[in-house]
Design a protein around this ligand. Structure first.
Ligand code: NAP
Length: 308
């Protein structure tokens, strides 16, 4: 404790956005530190198979992360295992205080990602990656010809439910009310799709199985009746939570807590950038996170050149 280290760039978060920012910043010969509170990787490291990251075919998410981390280190990114406790973005020098000491730099790249809101029901953690998924785009193809369930009534749930009909034999969409939140046109498409069956006014109560998920217990909130469905995969889409609480009053955010950036990933604070799932954007995938990270590091390099 008590150490103070000075860098050109501090990256917070070690998923695809942060690691790619590390590769680009280090290759630009910027003294770069990446602070990650756990193992590098973020959400993708729990993805069984990544098939949609161009150039990386059907390996585990963790394998892709290992390659990215190796590249970042090879070019000189210093990796720090530490938890950010506070940030000060007030002056020209930004200060990031962690449980491992204090880091100072003119540039900070926020790449802290987001996490899916969980169901918090028995079996959810147990079957994570073995039937429980938070990403239909990533995992949908594994359920070819099998019955799946989607939870939620927003755009994400209904759109992903529709996408899953390309693979699954049947898609149940469980929603806690009797009306969807999703946009009307998305609703109409879902209502017209023979493979989709809505389970209204219902919540998931328990997930059961052996090695893999096998059954889902659903309770009707109006009459209290329980039904057990044979399900191979359950996709939870009840909202996402960006990991941005620690910068809530430091950079501009939208009403859901996503950081607002311009097209070079700069936030409302000069020298502070955001990349990946923690920022307001259309598509939250590893490949777009990596693109954000590259752009943020390149913009940071230009920002630093402008200061000299
Ligand atoms: P969302 O719009 O917040 O919807 C979350 C859904 O989950 C709601 O239907 C909500 O039910 C339900 N829910 C929340 N907590 C729950 C719980 N504890 N148990 C059971 N159900 C629960 O989230 P989203 O669908 O992820 O979308 C987020 C934002 O991205 C939205 O603004 C959406 O329009 C946007 N989006 C847009 C597109 C698109 O335009 N193509 C695609 C995806 C997402 P209630 O309805 O009862 O609250």
């Amino acid at each position: 404790m008590g150490i103070i280290k000075t860098h050109d760039v501090i990256i917070i978060g070690g998923g695809p956005a942060g690691l790619t920012a590390g590769i680009y910043a280090s290759r630009a010969k910027l003294k770069t530190v990446l602070i990650e509170k756990g193992l590098a990787g973020g959400q993708i490291s729990v993805t069984e198979k990544v098939e949609n990251y161009a150039g990386f075919s059907a390996g585990a998410g963790q394998e892709l992360i290992d390659i990215m981390e190796g590249q970042a280190k090879e070019f000189g990114t210093e990796m720090v295992l530490g938890e950010v406790e506070a940030v000060q973005f007030g002056g020209d020098t930004k200060i990031v205080t962690t449980n491992r000491g204090e880091y100072r730099a003119p540039v900070v790249i926020l790449a802290t990602g987001s996490h899916s809101r969980k169901l918090h029901v028995p079996g959810e953690d147990e079957f994570m990656g073995r039937g429980v998924s938070f990403c239909a785009t990533c995992d949908g193809p594994f359920y070819e010809g099998l019955p799946v369930m989607v939870v939620g009534g927003g755009d994400a749930a209904v759109e992903e439910g529709l996408a899953l009909t390309r693979f699954a034999q049947k898609v149940y969409i469980v929603h806690r009310r009797d009306a969807l939140r999703a946009t009307r046109i998305v609703q109409e498409r879902a209502f017209a799709n023979d493979k989709i069956e809505f389970i209204w006014d219902s919540v998931v109560e328990e997930l059961k199985g052996g090695e893999q998920l096998e059954q889902v217990v659903v309770k009707n909130v109006k009459d209290g009746q329980r039904r057990e469905f044979t399900i191979s995969g359950i996709f939870v889409y009840i909202g996402f939570i960006p990991n941005t609480g620690f910068v809530a009053d430091k950079v501009e955010m939208d009403e859901r807590g996503y950081i607002i950036t311009n097209d070079v990933m700069e936030t409302s604070v000069p020298g502070v950038y955001a990349a990946g799932d923690c920022r307001q954007k259309l598509l939250r995938q590893a490949v777009t996170a990596a693109g954000d990270g590259a752009t943020a590091a390149f913009a940071a390099e230009k920002y630093l050149e402008g200061r000299v």
